[in-house]
Every structure is written in structure tokens, then in C-alpha cells.
Unconditional design. Structure first.
Length: 375
């Protein structure tokens, strides 16, 4: 695709310098791009000078839809409040470094990729409605210290955060309500390659179109059919971690299938977190027959579910450390919990312009509204 990039600074000389550095970095990677004004009909990436006058007002008035917004800061600066508040998607340190710039481009490309996959079939949008247009679960912000990345889902409060890593492949996650409102679907995947990540989303789309409503409510059947669809795509070295769950409103039952290095934690009201059981290791192209399975449990008002990719779990010291951290934060609101995890990862990076080794995704689901079960 042809990336459309806008710079916002009051210093024309500085803007020319930014353009020159970006041109050198992107051209060396054979990435198609063009520089546009912020008023252009289509803008993909916006880079804003941290020294811009009335910066907070400007960012609050900026339309963040369908674009990623980054704050350009100088070396050794402390974390700007606008970043910690979730007003911008991320920071970029000037002078620019190739790896960091490319990570921002990759992040937007993920967003665009999913948006394109979604438009292939409207039926899929009904099941996983607002698959966070690429990690539009990765932006869509404002109102919030940590961006709220999902549309309103009756009875649930949803928040998430994503950090792009340099390792090939990556995470994808989404929450969506069915068109009739009778079920909520939850997805978190971690793929070993970019190609596999795209193939997983395409396979899931094809599978959900073919399945009946009752079958879609069965995560293990959905996962099994996704695997069957992927058999011709999976390479010998490919692997996939996956959480797919469905909450039905009629009985407030969560049914889920969980494989590989995705992690799910559940805390009933007034209690600490437990680690939800997994049904197998990473999904690979195996010689033996792959058999999906699922677990079910009832949820209630004020329960909390947290999904973590292995980027966060490894980053905080492993599964038990993640569990202890979640229990310590059990009574905190979602924003504080997400900020703690983000800070824990970023505080271990060598410098502010470094990125994690692998993608880090966290999704927090709070059951807010009491819904009566149908006996």
C-alpha cells in the first residue's frame, strides 16, 4: 500500500528534516509512501511535535479515526502525560531510528490488513462485529487515559492495550457482539509469522460463515474447523496460540478453547484470580490428528476476565508472576491495571525508543450488568 504520512510541527526546518530522515528509512526498506497535509482526504500516520504550542488542545480536537497518531519527543525526556493518558498511540524519539520507525509502520499495516479482511464479507462482521479494524482495537480513542478500543457491549466493560514487537508474526485480538445481541465472542491469537496471522483471520471468517448459529456457540468446533482450514497453509515451522470464547447471554455461560501461549485468567466477584485451563500446546502442522476441546463456566456481575499474550506474561516473569500481579491489582480499575502492565514492560527496555522483543496484548473484560439466566 501507499502510506500517507503527515507531520505536524510549527518549525518548517524541522519538518523538512523529519521528511528527509523518514524518506531515507522507508526508501531503504522499499516501502511506498507519500507525505501529505493533515487536511488531506486520507491520512494513515500522523507524527506530532511534542513542542507544538497548545499540544493538548490540538490532540483532543484531532480526528483519530482510521489513523495512528504518534508523539515525537527528544532523547531523555520523561514519559509525557499525553502518552500515559492514552491521548496518542505511542512515542517516537527524534533523531529517528530505523527499527522504531518501521515498528510504527508495521503497527498501522496490521490495522489496515484487518480492515481489508473485514470488508470481504459482511456476515463475518455480524459475528465478530468491529474486529477492531486492525487493531482499531489499537486506537479509536479518547475519553480515557488508556484508549477504549471496543464499541459498547451491553453488560460488559472492555479495555485493552497493545505493544508492537520486533519478532515476526504477532498478536491479534477482538471482542464482538452478535447482531441479535445474544452472544459475545472473544478472540486472542498469536501467530509465528505475518502470513499465518493473516491466514488465521481469513480461515476464521470462512469457518464462521459456514457454521450454523449453534455451531458458532461451540468454540472447540470453531477452533477445530479453523485448524482444518489452515492445514494447507501451515508450514513445518509455523505455530499458533489461540483463545476463542463465547459468552451467551441466556445462561451467562462462558465457553472457551485455549491453546498454546495465550493466557486467560478469571476472578469471580470478591475473589482472586485463577488461571483458566488450557486444552493443548501451540497449534502446529502435526502428524497426529488435532482434536480441539473446550471448557465452560458461569460468569456473574463484577467478575473479571483478563487475556494476556505471551509477550506480557514473559515480560513480567512468567505465568505465576502474572497471576500474582493480577491479584495485587484485583480491586483496581481497568485503566490502572493496564498502566501497570505497560509500565512493567517499558521500564525494562534499554531506552525509550526501543520496542519489546515480541507483541504484547492485554484484554480486560468486566461483567458490569446483571443479566438473568434463563433456566
Amino acid at each position: 500500500m501507499n502510506l500517507k504520512i503527515a507531520f505536524v510541527t510549527s518549525d518548517e526546518t524541522l519538518e523538512k528534516l523529519w521528511k528527509k530522515e523518514f524518506e531515507n528509512i522507508l526508501t531503504s526498506q522499499q516501502i511506498s509512501f507519500e507525505f501529505v497535509s493533515l487536511q488531506a482526504p486520507e491520512v494513515h500516520l500522523v507524527f506530532v511535535d511534542n513542542e507544538l504550542s497548545n499540544l493538548a488542545v490540538f490532540l483532543n480536537e484531532l480526528d483519530h479515526s482510521k489513523k495512528a497518531v504518534f508523539l515525537v519527543v527528544s532523547e531523555n525526556i520523561t514519559f509525557p502525560k499525553l502518552y500515559l493518558d492514552g491521548t496518542v498511540d505511542d512515542l517516537v524519539v527524534f533523531p529517528f531510528r530505523s527499527l522504531e520507525v518501521l515498528s510504527k509502520v508495521y503497527r498501522y499495516q496490521q490495522i489496515l490488513l484487518w480492515a481489508e479482511v473485514k470488508t470481504l464479507n459482511a456476515s463475518f462482521s455480524d459475528l465478530l462485529k468491529d474486529l477492531r479494524k486492525d487493531l482499531k482495537l489499537a486506537e479509536n480513542l479518547q475519553k480515557r487515559k488508556v484508549p477504549v478500543r471496543f464499541p459498547d457491549v451491553r453488560g460488559f466493560k472492555l479495555m485493552s492495550r497493545y505493544l508492537a514487537g520486533i519478532k515476526p508474526g504477532g498478536d491479534f485480538f477482538d471482542v464482538a457482539e452478535s447482531k441479535k445481541g445474544d452472544q459475545v465472542s472473544v478472540l486472542l491469537s498469536d501467530s509465528s509469522t505475518y502470513g499465518l496471522s493473516s491466514a488465521v483471520l481469513s480461515a476464521l471468517m470462512r469457518v464462521t460463515i459456514k457454521l450454523s448459529l449453534d455451531e458458532v456457540r461451540s468454540p472447540h468446533l470453531t477452533v477445530q474447523k479453523v485448524y482444518d482450514e489452515l492445514l494447507s497453509t501451515l508450514g513445518d515451522g509455523d505455530y499458533l496460540s489461540l483463545f476463542f470464547g463465547v459468552i451467551t447471554r441466556s445462561d451467562l455461560k462462558l465457553r472457551y478453547s485455549l491453546f498454546g501461549k495465550c493466557y486467560a485468567f478469571y476472578a469471580p466477584v470478591g475473589e482472586g484470580f485463577i488461571t483458566l485451563e488450557k486444552h493443548g500446546g501451540e497449534i502446529r502442522k502435526l502428524t497426529e490428528i488435532f482434536k480441539a476441546s473446550e471448557t465452560e463456566l458461569f460468569v456473574n456481575q463484577d467478575d473479571r476476565i483478563v487475556l494476556l499474550s505471551d509477550g506480557f506474561v514473559d515480560g513480567v516473569g512468567g505465568e505465576q508472576s502474572a497471576l500474582k500481579m493480577l491479584n495485587r491489582l484485583r480491586e483496581k480499575d481497568q485503566k490502572e491495571l493496564l498502566n501497570e502492565f505497560i509500565f512493567h514492560i517499558k521500564s525494562k527496555l534499554p531506552s525509550q525508543d526501543d520496542v519489546p522483543e515480541q507483541d504484547c496484548s492485554v484484554l480486560v473484560i468486566d461483567i458490569e450488568q446483571h443479566l438473568l439466566r434463563v433456566a
